[in-house]
Design a protein around this ligand. Structure first.
Ligand code: DC
Length: 222
């Protein structure tokens, strides 16, 4: 019998609710939540800090030399790069605009995947991203591919931003999400793709609690 706690891999496109669900499931199980998108965003943030023009070589060099750490708190998963808090900075439009490019660099991915494997090797983690069930943990005990229609994802993001008092255009959001889907799915290395043995879960008509409950059920069945 394998006594190690499972690895739960949650993949899917931008805005499908992965981080909300992963955080909730991790909290209920007492597992560690690892937001791998935040790691790629941290590399993109570090790149912008350098002030240099984009180059894959520099992106790789920075990725390999920086230390990313998470400090989970009740309401927020705080992120640090070399000791500087970047929790909010990595969600800026500037970072969002460049992160697909940074995450398409082979050396950046290799470094992040190695770090993610180390973080998850003891089990008891919920990891969300794009390639967790396909590349990082192909033997994860539970694999979910979470998605929702572009319209629904844009609407969720729209409401989130309105609640924060930010002005946004819904049609523009839809366009951005569709474009990011395209970039993430069409990149050469580790494109966004459902693992053959992952469960496809369309959450367009599901509540957050329903989705979390469904995943917890699957964990119990293991
Ligand atoms: O989930 P997110 O929007 O924070 O992810 C930011 C970017 O990082 C997104 O463009 C896809 C990329 N990413 C990736 O390539 N692989 C992962 N495991 C997680 C995110």
């Amino acid at each position: 019998m394998n006594a190690q706690k499972p690895v739960i891999a949650i993949d899917g496109p931008a805005g499908a609710g992965k981080s909300t669900i992963a955080k909730l499931v991790a909290g209920k199980l007492g597992y560690i939540y690892i937001d791998t998108g935040a790691m790629y965003r941290s590399v993109a943030w570090r790149f912008l800090q350098s002030g240099e023009a984009f180059s894959p070589e520099l992106a790789e060099k920075l990725a390999r030399s920086m230390v990313i750490t998470f400090k989970p708190e009740a309401s927020v998963n705080r992120v640090f790069v070399d000791g500087t808090e970047v929790t909010d900075a990595i969600r800026s439009p500037e970072v969002t605009a460049i992160v697909s490019k940074v995450s398409a660099v082979g050396g950046v991915r290799e470094e992040m995947v190695n770090q993610q494997r180390r973080m998850g090797e003891a089990g008891g983690v919920v990891m969300d991203g794009r390639d967790i069930g396909t590349v990082v943990f192909p033997h994860a005990q539970v694999k979910i591919f979470l998605t929702a229609s572009v319209k629904e994802r844009a609407m969720r993001r729209y409401k989130e931003m309105l609640a924060k008092g930010e002005q946004v255009d819904l049609a523009e959001l839809e366009q951005q999400i569709a474009e990011r889907d395209r970039q993430d799915s069409e990149r050469e290395i580790s494109p966004l793709k459902k693992a053959d043995d992952a469960e496809f879960l369309d959450t367009s008509d599901m509540t957050i609690d329903e989705v979390a409950e469904h995943i917890l059920q699957k964990v119990q069945e293991k």
